[in-house]
Design a protein. Structure first.
Lengths: 292, 561
């Protein structure tokens, strides 16, 4: 088995031929090869949308759940088994629309998971409606007179709330994206990677339009500088800085207190629970103070 | 002795709960069977709440409305709750009121003048109640020492003096109007609520994860697990909403932790998509649905049984589920363990239907032996599973061997889309989608053999059979006695396992009456459709208070004309 094919599943791919999602899939496999991650140590979690189908096309554990709900599932997975490299594959509609509330609260929790958002500024699976990231004024199949509400910039929100790893990638830059994924997966705590992924079926601009406007962040950008990160993250007019936008010292990850005090490691190994605590508490419900 | 019923009433924040809890513990410690129930308003301060303590020589655990003694902590409480006093009952209040059979004890004045701080008024009241009920002062003090054992020594000592002063004052004021004596009985009971029993049972069952959003009356469950994290070992997370709560629990369960969530009607409504997800992905899940009257926000702090049909039908699509409705804390302990075991065995969501009455009411229970319900685990042994593992292997029972991701080199895939045996999305309708749907639903056949038949009482003799479910059991049993006194030969059929319904045949020639805390006779509708039995009448209660024997008797006679 070649290194790459170790991560290739036999499931039939349902994406449009030529979709930039294939490049994101390739970047994942290259990242896994580089990190030498055993497939059974990976758990992909997704909701609904084209990005949410990606876990089917990788050879690893996966949970493909409900629209917008991948983040809470992933938080549960990672808590129950901290040894699983847990990755959420999601889109702009799934993560920033239907699951927007979970995105905000996942920033607060800081679970040790990586969230990769395929951001195509459109609802593709439901045939071309606006998404929370569609720029104002652009027409979509439902917004026929143009989107008349402001777009959301969730990577900026992530930086604002001190998510300790926020990056933006471009599906057309596979190796660059692979490097971002490796850095995100190695980062302890929540890592958010927003990936520009032009929709070739419903999108209003060709991939080349995006390619012309992508700018790789170089040494001039210090990812540890929060204010600089915030300004790079906020969408510039028709320019897409890609790279690690913000990375700071890791914070304590979700569930660390429990792991330090109660069970460190997968919870399936910890069952059943020790009975003495239960007996003590049960006895405290006997007002006589005399055991039965 | 005849059972005694004591009502403590006052505003939120005035000490109703503290006085009630302390009195209940003190009487229980004297060997009596105590049961309590609470009704309260949805506010933090003010309003009027009551805490009822029933005392007897054996555990009846049924709520009573009529009071022998009413302790009113303010004047409005006198006006609102006085009508619950029996004609021969006694009011205990801070000052004399004309035309009443009462004892006046100035709790606040005694606390302020004789103990030095008004804060001890509640303990003065407990002491006064103990005197009214004819308890032994030394026995009361022994219990108070234990109740206040975690307080500084001067606080303990002040509380003991406060109780003594209250006791002496009431003893002087009460000679004529307090005929009761509680000199001690021989029992030794656990005194706990269903919201105490469920988290303990969950931990015993091997639950390791709870995520929930605070919602009355379910909040006590996650609260106990969070507080007792180090002794019970359960990871507890307050989710941002009920949608997150149920999805987190499903994620944790998929990854190998026994997991649960708890909520009430409105939160459960948000969870139903997740319930369907648990059904489709065949992920074990335990959901506590603690009922309160709806619709929408309804009466947030009151009780009801309005979610039976909702629980049975909740979730889009068709999938197997189990619904258990415990009747008391002991039953809740056993059923909670059963819920985790069967959720794991059948890889389904299991709903535990409780209500505000059960959540808050304390019951006297002689013993609770966890060994009677050991946890049973049903995940497959990875060493016995072939390398090309298929999470959703089609089997005769509908149950596919379940592995935990990361436990072995096997790969585990789960999908909310219709899927093939490996968990991959399918559009193959006849070859894959139909067998998968049938596989999942065939688990209902196995479940039908697991569920327990209803409890019967006095069926042979009965002309009238009261049919109820869940929290009403003790009230139903007591109602049979009251109806017998009225010359009605009544029996009971009581369900605690409601979906799927067990094989059961209702005896013919009886007059069946459903007794339920809802307006639309949901159990009767369910039983009519599943068993085809006709109902003669319905006894409902929708005022947010628990079903009581008196209410059942009264309504039966009103309707049976």
């Amino acid at each position: 088995m070649s290194e790459i094919s170790k991560y290739t599943s036999q499931a039939e791919n349902q994406w449009c031929p030529g979709c930039p999602n294939f490049s994101i899939l390739e970047a994942y496999k290259k990242a896994f090869v580089e990190m030498d991650l055993p497939p059974h140590r990976i758990c992909m979690v997704s909701g609904i949308g084209q990005a949410a189908k990606l876990p089917h096309y990788l050879r690893c554990n996966f949970f493909n759940g409900l629209h917008g709900r991948a983040l809470p599932v992933a938080v549960g997975v990672k808590t129950a088994n901290p040894e699983l490299t847990t990755i959420v594959s999601t889109g702009d509609g799934d993560a920033y629309g239907e699951g927007g509330n979970h995105f905000l609260h996942t920033l607060r929790r800081n679970p040790d998971i990586t969230v990769v958002v395929h951001n195509n500024e459109i609802y593709a699976l439901t045939k071309g409606q606006a998404s929370p990231t569609t720029p104002a004024g652009e027409k979509r199949t439902l917004q026929v007179r143009g989107v008349d509400v402001a777009p959301l910039d969730m990577p900026a929100v992530a930086v604002l709330h001190h998510c300790t790893f926020v990056a933006r990638g471009f599906a057309g830059e596979v190796d660059h994206l692979k490097d971002l994924l490796v850095a995100a997966l190695k980062h302890p705590g929540l890592a958010v990677v927003d990936v520009i992924q032009p929709c070739i079926t419903w999108g209003t601009r060709p991939v080349t339009w995006y390619r012309d406007r992508v700018r790789k962040l170089g040494d001039e950008h210090d990812p540890a500088d929060w204010e600089a990160a915030l300004s790079q993250t906020l969408r510039k007019e028709e320019e897409f800085p890609i790279g690690i936008l913000y990375q700071s010292e890791p914070r304590p990850v979700f569930g660390h207190g429990y792991r330090e005090s109660v069970v460190d490691g997968p919870l399936y190994r910890a069952m059943p629970t020790d009975r003495s605590g239960l007996e003590e508490i049960l006895a405290s419900f006997r007002p006589s103070g005399v055991s039965a | 002795m005849k059972d005694l019923n004591v009502v403590i009433a006052g505003a939120a924040g005035e000490g109703v709960q503290t006085v009630g809890d302390t009195l209940a513990a003190a009487i229980s410690a004297q060997g009596y069977a105590v049961s309590t129930w609470k009704e309260y308003e949805s506010r933090i301060r003010g309003g009027l709440n009551s805490y009822t303590v029933r005392v007897g020589e054996g555990p009846r655990n049924a709520p009573l409305e009529e009071a022998d003694v009413l302790l009113a902590l303010n004047r409005d409480a006198v006006d609102k709750y006085e009508k619950r006093l029996k004609p021969e009952g006694t009011l205990l209040f801070r000052e004399p009121l004309k035309g009443r059979r009462m004892a006046a004890v100035d709790f606040i004045g005694i606390a302020r003048d004789e103990i030095g701080r008004k804060i001890y008024a509640n303990t003065v009241a407990v002491g006064a109640l103990a005197a009214v009920l004819g308890m032994d002062l030394e026995g009361l003090k022994t219990v108070l020492v234990r109740v206040f054992s975690d307080k500084p020594e001067d606080v303990q000592e002040a509380n003991l003096r406060a109780a003594e002063k209250g006791y002496q004052a009431a003893d002087r004021a009460c000679r004529e109007v307090c005929p009761w004596t509680l000199e001690g009985a021989g029992g030794n009971y656990l005194l706990l609520t269903v919201n105490d029993a469920i988290p303990l049972a969950a931990a015993h069952a091997g639950c390791r994860f709870i995520s929930a959003y605070p919602m009355t009356p379910s909040t006590g469950i996650i609260t106990m697990l969070a507080k007792e994290r180090d002794r019970l070992g359960v990871f507890a997370e307050q989710a941002e909403d009920e949608i997150a709560a149920v999805n987190m629990a499903i994620g944790a369960s998929f990854a190998g932790a026994r997991a649960m969530t708890a909520t009430s009607g409105g939160g459960f409504a948000l969870m139903v998509e997740g319930l369907s997800l648990a059904g489709m992905t065949e992920t074990p899940l335990v959901v506590v649905l603690a009922q309160r009257p709806g619709p929408a926000t309804g009466l947030p702090t009151r009780t009801g049984q309005g979610e039976l049909l909702f629980a049975i039908h909740a979730g889009h699509g068709e999938f197997a589920r189990l619904i258990l409705a415990p009747s008391d804390p002991r039953d809740a302990f056993f059923k909670t363990v059963r819920a985790f075991n069967l959720a794991d065995q059948y890889q389904i969501p299991v709903i535990l239907l409780t209500d505000q009455f059960l959540a808050d009411a304390k019951f006297s229970i002689e013993d609770l032996n966890p060994d009677q319900v050991p946890p049973a685990f049903h995940t497959a042994d990875p060493s016995s599973v072939q390398e090309d593992y298929a999470r959703y292997r089609v089997t005769g029972s509908g149950i596919s061997p379940r592995l935990i991701p990361g436990q072995s080199e096997h790969l585990v895939g789960a999908d909310s889309d219709e899927h093939d045996e490996h968990g991959h999305i399918t559009e193959d309708l006849l070859g894959t989608a139909v067998p998968m749907a049938r596989k999942r639903l065939s688990k209902m056949e196995g479940l039908r053999n697991e569920v327990l038949p209803p409890e019967e009482n006095n069926l042979d003799q009965a002309e009238v059979v009261l049919v109820g479910w869940g929290s009403s059991r003790a009230a139903l049993l007591e109602a049979l006695e009251l109806l017998a006194d009225d010359g009605v030969r009544a029996g009971m059929i009581h369900f605690t396992e409601l979906w799927p319904l067990p094989e059961y045949s209702f005896p013919g020639g009886k007059s069946y009456w459903s007794v339920e805390g809802n307006a639309t006779a949901q159990l009767a509708r369910l039983l009519r459709s599943e068993y085809g039995i006709p109902f003669q009448g319905h006894i409902e209660r929708i005022d947010g208070l628990p079903l009581t024997a008196d209410h059942i008797r009264r309504t039966f006679h009103e309707r049976n004309k």
